[in-house]
Design a protein around this ligand. Structure first.
Ligand SMILES: Nc1ncnc2c1ncn2[C@@H]1O[C@H](COP(=O)(O)OP(=O)(O)OP(=O)(O)O)[C@@H](O)[C@H]1O
Ligand SMILES: [Mg+2]
Length: 421
């Protein structure tokens, strides 16, 4: 494989790499971070999932979609200031400066003529710079040049977040949004519920810093594996007008050879009903595969469940079920529950202490600035009622099976939160 010429003005010739494998020759605009051109494709099977290749050429728009999707959204609180402090034109430029390296997958870019190697760079074994995370968290700017080699530039999502090495483990630290800063505590509650139900999940805990809560979870990807979000999986086949998003996702997963997608979705939908999750968009669940052999390992453990339990709502709004947003298949949770094919795995006895557990978690003395007792008890009581409804539904032999096709979610959009301050 020969990658031609080095950098030319604001253009940079690179290899799109997947671990050691050179996937394709690409030309990047270093100002905007966009892929300007795709040259020879050396390993089409290693292109990101859902990027089509026709007669040897990879689809540039699709590759740009994938590439920009791994950048920090411009709407994340504090990003505008961070971009200014870092002296870059956008968060997409950060992708280029950090060679696209991530802690969620194994893709990266190798500039032509560079002698960098995967062994010396990849974050699963090597360390990474804390400069980007420091700036994103608004910490004092360090003197001297900024080291851009950080997984923080390739971690999407709206909430403020950064990766840290804690006791040798790669951990994602994530904040909450105003006014209640509930998401980190919700992550812990969701973990507790999933543990009770035996649902494979990413376990989250909470730390407090400067009076604010942050969730902490370990990287669930390792040097051999990678996360492929549902958003990429649904791009592998054409969705016909008459096929619902649920069926389309299941069809795509089956065609790829991802096992047990239906059982996984049963658990995801039930969890999201119990916690009234409002942001299960198609980047908030996915599958795992081996990045070298491309073998599918199954659906990924459930992560990012924090935008739930009325996280941004006053109590009266929380009590109005029609106000609660639902994703990714149906606009209303009751409607989405109809997609569940089996409730037999739910041990309701294990859920009896859930309201009490919620009160315990939300009553953390540090949370007093954000939440009062009546809010905490309303959240616990609404959850108790949802579990009760679920129990009735699961026990009923006359479950209503008519699915409302007008309730389909038509766009994959993540929630935007209140900004800081
Ligand atoms: N434990 C983890 N291990 C590996 N990758 C992770 C982990 N947690 C999150 N990610 C990756 O980081 C991205 C952002 O994390 P997350 O979804 O938790 O953030 P968020 O700000 O809550 O997102 P959203 O905008 O959906 O609310 C995820 O889409 C996923 O690709
Ligand atoms: Mg997310």
């Amino acid at each position: 494989m020969i990658i031609r010429a080095i950098s030319n003005g604001d253009k940079m010739n690179c290899a799109l790499m997947h671990k050691h494998i050179c996937v394709a020759e690409i030309e990047l605009d270093t100002d905007t971070g966009f892929i300007q051109r795709i040259g020879k494709v050396f390993a089409p099977e290693h292109l990101p999932v859902g990027v089509p290749v026709k007669r040897g050429s990879a689809d540039r728009a699709a590759l740009n979609d994938w590439w920009t999707d791994r950048s920090i959204p411009a709407s994340r609180p504090g990003v505008r200031q961070a971009v200014e402090v870092l002296g870059v034109s956008s968060t997409k430029t950060l992708l280029v400066r950090g060679y696209g390296l991530s802690l969620s997958d194994q893709y990266w870019i190798l500039p032509a003529g560079s002698d960098m190697t995967w062994e010396t760079l990849y974050f699963f074994r090597n360390g990474f710079s804390s400069d980007i995370g420091d700036v994103l968290f608004g910490l004092e700017k360090k003197t001297g040049p900024i080291n851009f080699i950080s997984p923080d530039s390739t971690t999407d999502g709206f909430l403020i977040k950064r990766w840290k090495l804690i006791d040798g483990k790669r951990c994602l630290i994530k904040g909450g949004s105003n006014p209640f800063r509930q998401q980190p505590l919700n992550e812990m509650i969701a973990t507790e519920i999933m543990n009770r139900l035996g649902i494979p999940c990413v376990p989250y805990s909470v730390v407090w810093d400067g009076g604010a809560p942050y969730s902490v979870c370990e990287d669930f990807v390792d040097e051999n594996t990678e996360l492929v979000p549902a958003w990429r999986i649904i791009k592998t086949r054409k969705q016909s007008n008459s096929t619902s998003m649920y069926s389309h996702f299941v069809n795509c997963a089956e065609a790829l050879g991802i096992k047990d997608a239906v059982a996984f979705l049963d658990r995801l939908i039930v969890l999201d009903y119990i916690i009234a999750n409002e942001d299960r968009h198609l980047n908030n669940f996915g599958a795992l595969r081996n990045a070298e052999t491309l073998e599918w390992l199954g659906m990924a453990p459930i992560y990012d469940s924090g935008s739930s339990l009325g996280y941004d709502k006053s109590v009266p709004l929380m009590m109005n079920a029609r106000e609660v947003i639902c994703k990714p298949f149906k606009k209303h949770h009751e409607e989405q529950l109809k997609l569940v094919s089996d409730f037999g795995w739910i041990d309701f006895a294990k859920l009896e202490d859930v309201p009490g557990m919620i009160v315990g978690v939300l009553s953390d003395k540090n949370a007093r600035d954000y939440m009062d007792e009546s809010r905490i008890h309303a959240i616990a009581e609404l959850t108790r009622k949802r579990i009760e409804y679920l129990k009735q539904l699961a026990g009923s032999h006359e479950r209503k099976q008519t699915i409302d096709l007008n309730d389909e979610v038509t766009e994959n959009v993540a929630e935007d939160y209140y900004t800081e301050g």
